[in-house]
Design a binder for this molecule. Structure first.
Ligand code: GLY
Length: 555
């Protein structure tokens, strides 16, 4: 009798859905197939997800200088499987010591957008190299020098020009030609390269070899630092040796928010993404958004977006310089107050909330998602800001400098390149980090966990929100990255939509509610996601088809 009871209990245990404690496979989704392969190469050498993230970042720094690189910075949101520890490695650029609030104003007080977007004055002190070193030393299993090898190889042997690269190059070549060094690398023979033409970068090769040999000191101190400072100053910039030597990576406690039975771990300030996503989810929390019809769902999400982007403009900046009211903005009671102002039949004009008219700009930055077979996770979003950053390269270095200074509010209420406005919280100050929209995010449910993020300037936050909701609704990465996108950022008071995102009837219904809709002729974003279903054991990954070069591989 006792034996039979034991048998029944044992069977009961076995027929419970078993949850694997490790994925057993690794998944990588990035913006370029060579970066995805480099990440897997790192696993084959005994590396973990953090080493793979270093290798991928370095490869992208060679072949996706449209979007990121060692002249830029970014955020790595990481999850360590063995103890569940999570942190965000903040390798965001810092303003140089001589930066000041009014440095991008003309004598008549108007904003000089060219100075904050093009040339060396637009460049913050890069954080990318310090970020990679920190990730490798504190969380990786391989030396930095080993993880840099794929990038070194590609800088030496070259990469074939691909569609997105060529498109961005042709959009930016005119500005790039204002300084001689970058055209020598990217416009060989003085003209746009052909599709598939191989671009080698011997100067960047030397820089990467130096970093492999000397670590980040090879970049932030000594001969290369001196070359960077001289090159920046000769062309009108204000960097100093101290600015480079004093650059610091910071680890920041992520924003954590719950939605139904899910937990989201996402990017804290100096990113605006995590707080805005938490605020939007809190606003929509009482509604079953998946049950609403498409017009009502869009209306509700747009009203949440409008309010979160208003708060972004007013309250968010570098937390080391400005007391960000993060607790208030992510509080359910605060969201309830905002929700009370939403009518279900009518758009709230943004003019009823304080603000100015602004236009969103282009799209750039890069994101990748990595999970190793142990379940370590990295969501990394890296940037030089707009395509090819400042378009300025210090001669003899092979890498573009960012134009992240334009992510500051260069004049109160004046739109930046992404059409975003800001005030005191995000004004320029020495050593401060400009507010970002980059939103690398980790998603946890009782049986699934996922990694998501995308480039796209101000639209990053709304793209991630739509992807996160899709994860909550039970869908996987292929679906998140393929969703048609729409966006509202408070000002301008317009819903921007990708072609086909709404039917003509849906557009008409939203317009009747008082929404202005601008259906664009182009798409945006380049999302790369990974998911592990702990119940079925399936590991999946997907890369956005909006770009030709991305690749997701599970192995
Ligand atoms: N440079 C774009 C961002 O950080 O939001």
């Amino acid at each position: 009798m006792k034996a039979r009871l034991c048998m029944v209990l044992l069977l009961a245990v076995f027929i419970q859905p078993l949850q694997a404690d490790k994925p057993g496979k690794a998944a990588i989704a990035t913006a370029h197939y060579m970066a995805t392969e480099a990440g897997h190469e790192t696993f084959a050498m005994g590396g973990n997800a953090f080493d793979a993230a270093v290798a991928i970042s370095a490869v992208l720094a060679v072949l996706e200088q449209t979007s990121c690189g060692i002249g830029g910075g970014g955020f790595y949101l990481i999850h360590r499987a063995e103890d569940g520890f999570e942190t965000m490695i903040d390798a965001r650029e810092m303003a140089p010591a001589l930066a000041h609030r009014d440095m991008y104003l003309n004598p008549d007080g108007t904003a000089n957008h060219d100075l904050s977007r093009s040339g060396p004055l637009a460049a913050g002190i890069p954080g990318q190299v310090a970020g990679m070193e920190h990730l490798a030393a504190k969380y990786g299993k391989l030396p930095l020098a080993v993880s840099l090898q794929p990038a070194i190889r590609i800088a030496r042997d070259g990469f074939p020009v691909y569609t997105k690269f060529l498109g961005m190059l042709s959009r930016t070549e005119k500005t790039m030609r204002r300084w001689p060094a970058a055209p020598e690398v990217f416009l060989p023979g003085g003209k746009l390269p052909e599709m598939g033409q191989v671009i080698k970068n011997p100067d960047l090769l030397k820089v990467l070899e130096k970093i492999a040999a000397e670590g980040s000191d090879g970049f932030y101190k000594g001969e290369l630092a001196s070359k960077l400072v001289d090159g920046v100053r000769d062309a009108g910039g204000i960097w100093s040796m101290e600015d480079l030597a004093n650059y610091e990576v910071k680890e920041r406690e992520p924003i954590r928010t719950r939605y139904q039975e899910y937990e989201l771990v996402t990017a804290p300030p100096p990113s605006s993404g995590g707080i805005a996503i938490a605020e939007m989810l809190n606003i929509i929390a009482p509604y079953q958004v998946s049950q609403l019809d498409r017009v009502q769902r869009t209306h509700l999400l747009v009203e949440a977006m409008r309010r979160a982007y208003r708060d972004r403009a007013l309250y968010l900046g570098d937390p080391d310089f400005y007391e960000v009211p993060g607790q208030m903005l992510t509080d359910a009671n605060y969201a309830a107050g905002l929700r009370a102002g939403i009518r279900f039949d009518k758009a709230t004009p943004s003019a009823m909330l304080p603000g100015r008219d602004i236009q969103p700009g282009g799209t750039d930055t890069t994101h990748f998602s990595v999970m190793d077979d142990e379940g370590n996770m990295v969501a990394a979003t890296l940037t030089v800001n707009t395509p090819f950053g400042s378009k300025f390269m210090v001669p003899g270095t092979g890498f573009m400098l960012n134009n992240e200074m334009d992510d500051f509010s260069t004049k109160p209420g004046e739109p930046n390149a992404w059409g975003l406005i800001g005030f005191t919280a995000n004004e320029v100050q020495p050593h401060k980090r400009p507010l970002s929209s980059m939103s690398p995010t980790l998603m946890f449910g009782k049986d699934r966990q996922g990694i998501i993020g995308t480039p796209g300037g101000s639209r990053i936050i709304t793209m991630v929100l739509l992807g996160v909701l899709d994860f909550f609704e039970g869908n996987g990465p292929e679906s998140w990255v393929s969703l048609p996108r729409f966006h509202h950022q408070y000002m301008p008071d317009t819903i921007f939509a990708e072609p086909g995102a709404f039917s003509p009837d849906e557009v008409a219904a939203l317009e009747t509610m008082g929404h202005a809709i601008d259906v664009k002729s182009y798409t945006w974003g380049n999302m790369h996601g990974v998911m592990w279903n702990r119940e079925t054991g399936e590991v999946s990954a997907a890369s956005d088809k909006r770009s030709d070069a991305g690749l997701a591989v599970v192995r």
